[in-house]
Every structure is written in C-alpha cells, then in structure tokens.
Design a protein around this ligand. Structure first.
Ligand SMILES: *Cc1c(COP(=O)(O)O)cnc(C)c1O
Length: 407
C-alpha cells in the first residue's frame, strides 16, 4: 500500500535500467497541448521526427513507431515477418531473451533456444559461432529468422551484433536478423544498416529518456519484402498501412501525440550532443561504476570485459546474501531504486542503471546509497567504491569536455 506518511524531499533516485529519469526539457516539451493528429501541424511534426529518428538507428530506411511498450514492438517484429510454425533461432542471454522466446512460442512460431548452460550462461553474450554452426546444419533453410538481444538488460551484458551478421553470412543463410536493442539504443553504439539488421526493436523509456509508452521497429528492404509474404495474423501491428500514412507524417490511428513531442525533443538533445558523445558518456559512466564494484571486492555480472554494458552494471552479492534484501534497504533508507535480479539471477545480484539523464554526481550518490545499503545488509566491503568511482571520474574527464574546455 502507498505510504502516505512518507514525504521524500529532493528527487527520487531512479537508477533502474529503464525507465530512466526524464530530463526537464523533455517533460516541458510533453506538457504542450495535445493537437489534432490529422491537422497540418501534426503532419509537419511527424515528418520531422520520422526523418530524425533514422539517425539514431543509423539507417536510411523507415522506422515504425507504435503507441506501445517495447513488448509490443517485439511482437510487431515477429508478426510482420514470419508465418505460423516458422522456425526461429534465438539466443538465451538472460531474462529478456527468455521472455521473447516465450512470446515466439505463444505466436505459434517454433523457436530453437541456443545458449550456454545455467546462471553462468547469463554472464556471457551471444555466441555467434554456435549460431553459425546451427545455420550451417540447416541446409533446407527451415530457420526463417535469428533473434538476439543487443543489450541484455537483466544482466548488463551486450552482444556483438556485427559478429552475428558475419555468422549468418558465413553460413550463407537467408534468415532475417532481428535485434532487440530496447535498452541499448541511444546509449550503446548501434548501426542498423551497417550491421545488416533486418528489424531492430527499441523502446522509449531507456536511452531515449522518455516515459514508457512508445516503441520502434527499424526496417530493412528485405524485412519489408518478407512482410508481404508473412502469414502470422497482424492488424494493429501491420507495417503496410503505417508506412503509407507515415509518408505524410501521419498514422492510421491516433498516435501518442505528447510522447511524440517528447521524442522530437529527445532527438534534438541527442543529435545536438552528437551520438559519439552520447556513447562516450555512457561508456565512461559504466567504467566509473565498475571501478566502485571492484573496490567493494564484489563481482560484476558480465564476465567478458569486451561486453560490459554502458547502460547498466549487474552487481553480484556474496553467497548467502539476498540481493533483494539489499535493494529493499536501499530503497527504504535512501529513496533510491535499483533493478532487481530477474529469472535465473533473482536474489543473486542487483542492477545499477547509468543511462540517459545522469551525471557523475548522481552516480556518486547512487553508489553512496549502494555502499551504505550493502553494509547495512551485513556485506563486508573491501574498500570504498564511492571513493574509487570519484577518483575514476576525476582522473578521466569526458574526452569531449576536455577538448571543449581548452577552446
Ligand atoms: C525493457 C526491455 C524490454 C521490454 O520492454 P517493455 O517496454 O517493458 O515492454 C525488452 N527487452 C529489453 C532488452 C528491455 O530492456
């Protein structure tokens, strides 16, 4: 029940890996009056943002926007490109990959779920060599799509999407490549066209810094071609009518007008900063947070340094400690929300989001809450993570900030 006696001051620390904090500039843009979604003003907005969003996906092809959470865009990607009983190859990187596989079964697809065994398997990324091997065995091309998660939000492990593309090409296999970067987009480098992705799925409430409620499918010409033959039932999700209406900046139904104001503002913010700056900023935050975890003497969930997520860090708690108890203490004592361990990682770890509208000192405060909470939960820490992160941030000025301060 809502505790009405509790009146926190200042701002709640929303350090879960999505929804991420929404910048004031976006909140203000969203507070404007809702307009006629068939009027000329709306059409101009639609045309503008449908062009701008391509730069974030790094694509020249259409991006479809749905008034739905990321899960809706997952379904749209499958329903538009596939037919009942189609075989799809998916890879178990963590909880979100597992939910997507369950969705594929519920849609009457036949997913094959590759993966490394057990909880330890959730500490690694997609193994492109296993995908290549399986596709080479599939001489009849029964597999119609390969579906992978770019930034596995349940673990803080990214995957090498270009390597998955190479694996499909090395097997000379025509399967579509469908990628979930719901939590990676606009925080981790992503290249829809260059990596040969056919459908990229994303959402609003992570790197794009918006509230939840809109989601995306970036398409390739091959995906659009596949959608003309695909037989899974689809109506609301169908790309054809949306693409047609989008030509003039409109939608076939009522779009989320105010979220689109927010999206337009978010795109301006990201493109003004420059995507390379955005990626650099997130990578640096990730490194600072990992320096704290190392100083505490704890383990990061991700075991491959090449795959550390710039979006979030999974912190593994010592054996015998319940990570959910640590999180509860931190929430109640310090008004700080952290991500819980999901699925196979439940109770073993918690997740610190370091994405979007953060800065060095919000992360230092976040690490302060974590450090105090871990101690209150009885965890013995090797040294201060807060000091280590502060030192990291002080010693590693933002590469671009450095260049600008000398001007
Ligand atoms: C958040 C997330 C989802 C689910 O998106 P919703 O907006 O909650 O429907 C799926 N995949 C990944 C990787 C996510 O981070």
């Amino acid at each position: 029940m809502l505790n009405l006696d509790f009146h926190p001051t200042g701002r709640h620390f929303l350090q879960i890996p999505g929804p991420s904090p929404v910048p004031d500039r976006i909140l203000r843009a969203m507070s404007l009056p809702t307009i006629d979604h068939r009027g000329p003003e709306f059409g101009a907005l639609g045309r503008e943002l449908l062009e701008k969003i391509k730069q974030v996906f790094k694509t020249e092809h259409p991006v479809v926007i749905y008034p739905a959470s990321g899960t809706g865009a997952w379904e749209a990607a499958l329903a538009n490109t596939l037919s009942p009983n189609d075989r799809v190859l998916m890879f178990e990187t963590g909880h979100f990959a597992t939910l997507w596989e369950k969705m594929a079964r519920r849609l009457q697809l036949e997913p094959e779920f590759l993966g490394l065994p057990g909880y330890e398997g959730w500490r690694q990324g997609v193994q492109a060599d296993l995908i290549e091997k399986r596709l080479k065995e599939d001489g009849e091309h029964a597999i119609k799509a390969v579906c992978v998660v770019h930034n596995e939000t349940s673990t803080g492990v990214t995957s090498d999407i270009a390597a998955v593309r190479r694996a499909i090409d090395a097997a000379n296999h025509p399967a579509l490549l469908i990628v979930d970067t719901i939590s990676g987009l606009a925080s981790a480098d992503y290249r829809h066209d260059e990596w040969g992705v056919d459908v990229t799925v994303s959402g609003s409430q992570k790197g794009l810094m918006l509230p939840p409620g809109i989601s995306f499918n970036a398409l390739s010409p091959k995906a659009i071609e596949a959608s003309r033959q695909a037989m899974l039932p689809k109506s609301f999700w169908a790309w054809d009518e949306i693409l047609e209406a989008n030509k003039n900046g409109y939608w076939p139904y009522t779009p989320s007008t105010n979220l689109l104001y927010g999206l337009n503002e978010a795109l301006d913010m990201l493109l003004e900063e420059g995507m390379e700056h955005v990626f650099e900023r997130h990578a640096r935050w990730g490194a600072g947070v990992r320096a704290a975890v190392e100083a505490w003497g704890l383990e990061v969930q991700c075991q491959d340094p090449a795959l550390y997520s710039p979006v979030l860090t999974g912190v593994v708690v010592p054996e015998g400690v319940d990570a959910d108890v640590v999180r509860k203490i931190i929430y109640e004592r310090f008004d700080l929300s952290l991500g819980m361990g999901l699925g196979k990682a439940k109770g073993k770890m918690f997740r610190i989001g370091h994405l979007g509208d953060c800065n060095d000192l919000t992360l230092i405060a976040t690490l302060g809450g974590c450090e105090a909470g871990l101690k209150l939960a009885g965890v013995t820490l090797k040294s201060s993570g807060v000091s280590a992160a502060l030192e990291y941030f002080a010693d590693h000025p933002h590469r671009f900030a450095q260049a600008e301060s000398t001007q």
